[in-house]
Design a protein around this ligand. Sequence first.
Ligand SMILES: Cc1ncc(COP(=O)(O)O)c(C=O)c1O
Length: 396
Amino acid sequence: MFRRVYLDNSATTPVDREVVAAMLPFFSEKFGNASSIHFFGQEARGAVDKARHQVAELINARPNEIVFTSGGTEANNLAIRGLIEANEKYGKHIITSAIEHSAVREVCQDLEKRGYAVTYLPVYEDGIVKIEDVSDAIREDTILVSVMTANNEIGTIQPVEEIGRLVRRRRENGKKIWFHTDAVQAVGKIPVDVEAIGCDLLSVSAHKIHAPKGIGALYARRGVRLHSQNIGGHQERERRGGTESVPFIVAFGKACELAKNNLAESQIILKNLRDKFEQAVGEIISDFEFNGNRENRLPHISNISFCTIEGEGLLINLDLQGVAVSTGSACSSGSLEPSPVIRALGRDDELARGAIRFSFGKENTAADLEYVLEVLPKAIENLRRLSPNRLKQAAK
Ligand SMILES: Cc1ncc(COP(=O)(O)O)c(C=O)c1O
């Protein structure tokens, strides 16, 4: 029987009912501008302050280190551009990884056009940056290291605590250098603690943790200078101009509170679902490769390259049967270019094109899994039968 199964929770998640309930009064009843001095304004300000605490608690930050933004993309832009513009005189070299989200990668590429030098660290077969490579890449003029906490396509977790220690040690020796990490995929899925990581800047997005799209935050350690990218407003202590979206901020705060309370349990549930899925795939499907390190990764992501088929074809085929997956970063879907993340693992074009990301969420059930395991092998079999690669091989 046809059913819809959503396995694209790394792209976005449904908004939690409790989150919707928390935000609703802030549209029509408690609608004040958080900068206004009167009662309405102060009511909104109180709600923003509460949410700031909730976000800070999830990542072990202080509330005044949280800067609300429109999401992860803006947080990454503010982190990188804001930091280098405020500290330009110390150097023009940035270190990042080869598998960053486009909101980091393309900012770095843009900066290269403006005279900055960027080192893109390799991630090897397992999708993980080596700390020695980070250390070797640091130059006299390096001012920023930006390496994601966990990857959005393959889920691999980077050695951010080691990078944090390395950067801190250099700074203690007098070097002007800072560490940013994009934790958009990691927050709410694994413990993320800015003190343990030792980062200066950390990006978060609300819609990956059951809050609405269009809200996120940048953690900016106390004392880190940032040049605001939104000029013309003094909100967020001059770090991000623009009237605060109170309903979305309230929703984000509530989602952080729920994520913190449910973290331990949800990690186990997601990992169980994911592991059962992978085990079954191993038993019923042939000719595939798991992408990325299988131990050191987020609990909810499984990325698999199926030989001799195009990921896009499989995505469409599964969608017709009600199953939503992704070929990688949501932003690059629709393009037949192989994913740069999968290519960075050293995969050839065929395997890179055959990559599919299955990302699980708290709404997924055992019945969902059963349905997917019924339609997936059939879809693969059909595509392989029609695959030009397979036909070419048969004709040889
Ligand atoms: C790792 C990572 N960084 C940044 C973003 C962008 O976040 P937002 O959609 O909130 O702009 C995403 C979204 O997919 C992501 O996965």
